[in-house]
Design a protein around this ligand. Structure first.
Ligand code: BJW
Ligand code: ZN
Length: 251
């Protein structure tokens, strides 16, 4: 992989690095993305499943989708892309991972500063009384997830369309994006806001913005550098390049 001079220069001088990740970084672990050829579940759009409207219309169906995804997560491991971000954190202490993913794979890989903008699939809570429910032990009635305390519907603790992102994670993510001198946008279609605005926030504040994606995306025009390829191949190459240009390699 050829790393353009602008990026080499940025890797040599950067002190604050932030990475926004999307479903694409987990694709090589075997986690389906949301959009594109392998991204559809039962040919339904994300908006039909990941919204309160969709959930209330058919709670059993939406619950089945989450159960299916949780079952996949039981069988997968972080991949070379996740691990490369851990390696980059060693070279750039304080590196922030801002993820739209709910799969917990960045933490499992060992990244220490992770902001989960869209929640985490491991948790659930009751829509009526707020009671937390472990993901493995939710009672079902006709396939509908029911709260054993009040009889309300239980939902995953993730952010659906039309819902606000967790305030602290969002504010910290904006802060890290504004402060970054190097901003990586990895494996995201750039279609879902407000997460998709973070590369623009970083660019407007002066960061070098790098897109890592095998395909073009709406973020491509905002990126200073586009590295076309799977994250599991591109990010380890980026780590090697960073090791070559940082003055005192720490890993
Ligand atoms: C690889 C690869 C490999 C493949 N290596 N790459 C401004 C403008 C327009 C609309 C809005 C706006 N502001 C808000 C909105 C509305 C809405 C929105 O954005 N709609 C758009 C779709 C038009 N946003 C919201 O509603 C958000 N809330 C909000 O704004 O609150 C304020 C508000 C309140 C009330 C009313 C209005 C506003 C919330 C958004 C929540 C999104 N939730 C989901 C589900 C999370 C839970 C779960 O996981 O089940 O988040 S939807 C889904 O999309 C999920 C993802 O995190 C998100 C983004 O998807 P992502 O990660 O980009 O994946 P894909 O599949 O789209 O793309 C994968 C990419 O990887 C592709 O590019 C591949 O090429 C690439 N790839 N293999 C690297 N190996
Ligand atoms: Zn309840």
């Amino acid at each position: 992989m050829i790393i353009p001079p602008l990026l080499l220069k940025s890797l040599a001088t950067a002190t604050r690095v932030a990475a926004l990740t999307g479903a694409g970084i987990s694709a090589e672990s075997g986690v389906p993305t949301f959009r594109g050829a392998n991204g559809l579940w039962k040919e339904m759009r994300a908006e039909e499943l990941a919204s309160m409207e969709g959930f209330l219309k058919n709670p059993a169906l939406v619950w089945e989708w989450y159960a299916h995804r949780r079952a996949i997560l039981q069988t997968v491991q972080p991949n070379a892309g996740h691990r490369a971000l851990v390696d980059l954190e060693r070279l750039y202490p304080g590196l922030v991972v801002i993820t739209q993913n709910v799969d917990g794979l960045h933490r499992r890989a060992g990244s220490s500063r992770v902001y989960e903008l869209h929640g985490n699939i491991e948790r659930n809570s009751c829509t009526a009384c707020g009671e937390p429910h472990p993901s493995t032990a939710v009672a079902l009635r006709d396939g509908r997830p029911m709260c054993t305390r009040c009889g309300g519907l239980v939902r995953p603790d993730v952010v659906w369309f039309g819902e606000l992102l967790p305030e602290e994670e969002w504010e910290e993510s904006v802060r890290a994006s504004r402060a970054a001198d190097l901003f990586l946008s990895i494996g995201t279609s750039g279609l879902v806001f407000p997460a998709a605005s973070l590369p623009l926030v970083a660019r407007d504040a002066g960061a070098v913005v790098v897109e890592v994606n095998p395909e073009e995306s709406p973020l491509t025009v905002a990126a200073d550098v586009s590295l076309r390829g799977p994250a599991g191949e591109v990010l380890p190459a980026l780590v090697e390049a960073a090791r070559g240009v940082t003055r005192s390699p720490r890993a």
